[in-house]
Design a protein. Sequence first.
Length: 505
Amino acid sequence: MPDRPDPTAPVSRTEDAVVPAPAESPEALSPEAPASGRLGAVDRFFSISARGSDFGREIRGGFATFFTMAYILVLNPIILGSAEDKFGNHLSGPQLVTATALVAAVMTIVMGLGGNLPLALAAGLGLNAVAAFQLAPLMSWPDAMGLIVIEGLLICVLVVTGLREAIMHAIPASLKQAISVGIGLFIAFIGFVDAGFVSRIPGETGSVPVQLGATGHLSGWPVLVFCLGVLLTVALLARKAKGAILISIVVTTVVAVVINEIADIAPAAWGLTVPAVPDDLVAAPDFGLLGSFSLFGAFQQVGVVTIVLLVFTLLLSDFFDTMGTVVGVTHEAGLLDEDGKVPHLGRVLLIDGAAAVAGGAASASSATSYVESTAGVGEGARTGFASLVTGGLFAVALFLTPLATIVPAQAAAPALVAVGFLLMAQVRNIDWEKYEIAIPAFLTIAVMPFTYSITNGIGAGFVAYVVIRIVLGKAREIHWLLWGTAALFAVYFAIDPIEQLLGVK
């Protein structure tokens, strides 16, 4: 998910957003005369007039949020569908589109009704990468989705017990930011590889494991489509165009369809998805993936320590993305109270945890809050009514699966590169002058893409942070949660020699 703000850092406002100055309370915003009748009841339920908004602004905001995050209907199936599980199985593209749209529709509407914030939810970028490239290679898809359900349930428990904020304060801000940056580089690398811009050198065992293109240079129409897509995406981002990522995906897909029609291209050159115009633009949704998860199947495939660390990785990524996003969006909307707190925060976080459960149960990966919701805020949205509009549009998208499944990886991958850039921007918040902070942050960022593992990056950063603090005589400053986490990661990295010493192997 693009550039989620950290709650401990100052939140910058969208340049072109029309945002009222923060008030002492949400109800202190300049109220307008509420409507009467049924509309009046809706107005009062969502506090639309009380928050200085109206139905027109809420509807425009709902549409704006949808169009800035609708790219997930393409990217989530691309990321999950391009990976295979331990047994060589792939998830169906059309079924993934349905699952992604369904979870986004239902949970965004629930957030609108229960949280009354202009906050939309969908499958999280970065979280789906963990599912595709960390969980699936070790187990079956149902087992992997079962771990996501467990992660969501744990988040709900943490919210109910109040431990979520405690954990939030235990992790240093520099490591939170480094995790986002590392995931950004990892996602960008996936985009380059999926598009064929970067590839592994066949049979290479020397010092250069990857190369440009398939033969050391760029060749073929599909790679050209990717390059054009990257240039278009960065140009739109530089101009701060609203919906830049979605516009890029649509335009690049059209170019890919045209090129595929006029050029002699082998279908295999495109990868899993060939850009061809479908016979039907509308189709009934395929709910085949719903309920395809196993809560405890993973325990039969991998060790307990590995499972704990994998769930911890999911939890950590989801955890801080949500906290940063919720604070950032409500700050943009001027809805923070006089103490800088989010209204109904416990309820909002509980819904977000339930979204992770729903995502795993539907095989759409963990769903989370989207910072793109600020686009709706920029159009004037201030209440959960905007979320009803956004959720309704995702429900409509359930019937547009054929359109989403013609997008090749070469048209979607530029968006991954763009997301990588947006997440990379958080590197500016890390204090590189202090080695005790900079070194763990660097290891977190570097190890993720270089080992193709988000878990490894987080582990390297945590272990280095604890070790450096001990060496500097600051062991007492280390939170007990960090001690425990670093110990788990130390066992994770040293599991092979440990097993040999214990005679397990």
